[in-house]
Every structure is written in structure tokens, then in C-alpha cells.
Design a protein around this ligand. Structure first.
Ligand code: ZN
Length: 265
């Protein structure tokens, strides 16, 4: 009897939640327009062809290095930025499908530019464990899965390999050089990538490029070839303060978690 009551109570609570969801007004995360999940104007930039964004990432390259080609769909500002924020930190899980679709389409657009290799490993940049726990979903992993699926449809042998994790580190009070080293040290390769596969790195947002660079270094030190990066958005050069440009902390803690902090833990 008690069990029956508990079940009934559980169903009632679940029903109330469903009802609450129905009556909570939705609005476009890009402009605030009421009663739409997103509006046509705010959606439009996400269907533009991806552009080469590596020039906007001062920490992506070392002197004498062959620059890593990176494609992004939009600049991280205005309505696209608000949409990314809503997705990352305002629990707009309904945007998962939106950004998966945008990434799928972008991956199709740049497929032949990214690599002509048949065997591809799509490696997501690691999100912090706490962020993934709170969101209930690994956003870069989700995007990387969408890319791999799209390239398989394209005929490639593409797999998603979550090969990296990011250890939390304290970089406050360190010099730029020490911070850079910190980014390098906090990135861990936790799963081997088959060296016969060309690696494409995938992330939601690129700001300074320090995290992408550290990921590339880890993977290449293990004998794989990283051929490109693909992100939803890139912070435009003009929006980068000097403080952002010098620290890995900005990339690891603010890039992925700027929004987290604002969203409140
Ligand atoms: Zn809108």
C-alpha cells in the first residue's frame, strides 16, 4: 500500500513538473522574443558557411609551428553569444538539438577541407567534470559525436574518441609563461587514439586557443596527427582583453566556465 502511495505521489510530482514546463513561457535566447524557442533572425547566422578562425586565437600557435586550421560558424558576440550562454548555463537543454544540427551542417560543409583522410578521430576538448555534472550532458562530446556521424554519412570511417581530460589547476599569481605551462600540464591524455586516424578537435567556443593548443600537443606527443579544429563560435580578436590573451586560466576557467559562473553554481 505504502509503495502504491509512493508511486502515486511520484507520478503526481512528475505530472506537476510536466505541467510547469508547459506553462513556463519560452523565449528566443538570442533576442528575448516571446513564445518561440528561437527566432528565424537569431537562427540565421548558424547556417552561414563556417570560416577560418585560427587568426583570432593568439595562443593557438607557437613560433615556427605550422598553424592549426580552425573553422568556426560564428563570432562570439551579440545574439549568437546569448544563445551559447543560454545553452551552456541557463539550462536550455532544448538548444542541444539546435547546436547539434548547426555542428552537423558545418561538419558537412568543411568535410573535404578539414581532412582528406578516410580514417578520422573526432576528439572533443574536455569540459570540466563539474560543468558536465551540472548540465547533465558533455557539450563538446555531443558536438564531436555529431561531427563523426556526419562524416560517416559522408563515407569516412570517423569515430568520436573522448581522449582528453582537464585537471583543475591553480594559475592565479603565475606569470604568462607559467600559466601557459599550466595549461599544458593540466591537459591529460586518458585514452590512446589510433595513430592511423587523422584527429579533428571539436569544441563549443574558442577564445585564446590555449586549450586547443594544449590538446594538440598532448595528442601529437602520443604520435597522432592533429589536422584541424572545429568550433561553434570564436571570440573575435577585438573582444579579447590583454588579460584574456595571456593566461590559460582564461581559456580553461573562463572560456568554458565564464558562463558557468554567471549561471551560478
Ligand atoms: Zn531571436
Amino acid at each position: 500500500m505504502n509503495r502504491l502511495l509512493t508511486t502515486a505521489a511520484g507520478l503526481a510530482i512528475a505530472g506537476t513538473r510536466e505541467l510547469a514546463r508547459l506553462v513556463v513561457p519560452v523565449c528566443c535566447p538570442g533576442c528575448g522574443r516571446d513564445d518561440v524557442r528561437w527566432c528565424d533572425e537569431c537562427e540565421a547566422p548558424w547556417w552561414e558557411p563556417p570560416y577560418r578562425s585560427e587568426e583570432n586565437a593568439p595562443r593557438l600557435h607557437r613560433l615556427g609551428d605550422v598553424p592549426l586550421a580552425v573553422w568556426s560558424i560564428v563570432d562570439l558576440e551579440g545574439s549568437p553569444q546569448l544563445m551559447i550562454e543560454a545553452w551552456k548555463d541557463a539550462h536550455r537543454r532544448d538548444l542541444d538539438s539546435f547546436f547539434q544540427a548547426a555542428m552537423t551542417r558545418a561538419a558537412g560543409d568543411v568535410a573535404v577541407d578539414v581532412t582528406t583522410a578516410h580514417r578520422i578521430a573526432v576528439v572533443p576538448l574536455p569540459a570540466r567534470r563539474a560543468s558536465t555534472r551540472r548540465r547533465g550532458v558533455d557539450l563538446p562530446g555531443m558536438l564531436a559525436t555529431a561531427c563523426a556521424r556526419r562524416w560517416r554519412d559522408h563515407g569516412a570511417d570517423a569515430v568520436m574518441v573522448p581522449a582528453l581530460t582537464m585537471r583543475r589547476g591553480e594559475s592565479r599569481g603565475l606569470s604568462a609563461r607559467e600559466r601557459w605551462r599550466g595549461a599544458q600540464q593540466s591537459m591529460r591524455l586518458t585514452r590512446q587514439v589510433d595513430p592511423s586516424r587523422a584527429v579533428v578537435l571539436v569544441d563549443d567556443v574558442m577564445t585564446t586557443g590555449a586549450t586547443l593548443a594544449a590538446a594538440r600537443d598532448r595528442l601529437e606527443a602520443a604520435g597522432t596527427v592533429v589536422c584541424a579544429g572545429l568550433t561553434l563560435a570564436t571570440a573575435p580578436m577585438r573582444s579579447k582583453s590583454p588579460a584574456v590573451g595571456i593566461g590559460w586560466e582564461s581559456e580553461a576557467d573562463e572560456l568554458s566556465d565564464t558562463f558557468d559562473r554567471r549561471g551560478g553554481d
